[in-house]
Design a protein around this ligand. Sequence first.
Ligand code: ADE
Length: 214
Amino acid sequence: MVEGPFDFSIVKRAIENQLIEFNYYDLRQYAQPPRRQADDYPYGGGSGLVLMVEPIFKCINHLKSQRDYDEIIYFAPDGENLNQTTANFYSTKKNLLLLCGHYKGVDQRVRDNLITKEISIGDYVLSGGELAAMVFCDAVVRLIPGVISDLSSALSDSFQDNLIEPPIYTRPQTFNGWEVPKILLSGDQKKINQWKDQQSLTNTLKKRPKLMKD
Ligand code: ADE
């Protein structure tokens, strides 16, 4: 599940260029043989299975014995909301350990004792933390110096300055009667920049007014 998105585009190139490294671990490998059961029914009843504390404890301890981690992050809908500011923060870190729950998530003792941060990618429930972890990785990796060849491209992303990016166009100048704004063809860079700033402000006010307040 996690290999697909990392085998594509910017993240794939970052791995090939050795700017980042991903390692995956299967919690079942840390569960008791021969059944290697990593989840069980919740105490007190209720639906769904819960990932057990022991395999997670063993896995995290094994990984911590190999390298130091800046953060051990658990993905959950009730975690801290991921946004561009948090993505910037994690892009400066060296080693991150990401733990993904599945179905009902993990035994609370994992969250209380083994995790240093909890992250959510939005107020909705996914079947597991894997997709959330991949969204997180994509948002963070593109900010690592060298990953995007044109640094100004990442820095001008929407939300970097609490503003939405201005509209963007490419050839042809006219398609189906739809025109590119004349100002972008004028060659007057100062006026173009003013137009872009104005568009950013107007779009942010219209689409994400809360960002302006923040
Ligand atoms: N796991 C399940 N739902 C999630 C969400 N919204 N964010 C992060 N991890 C999750």
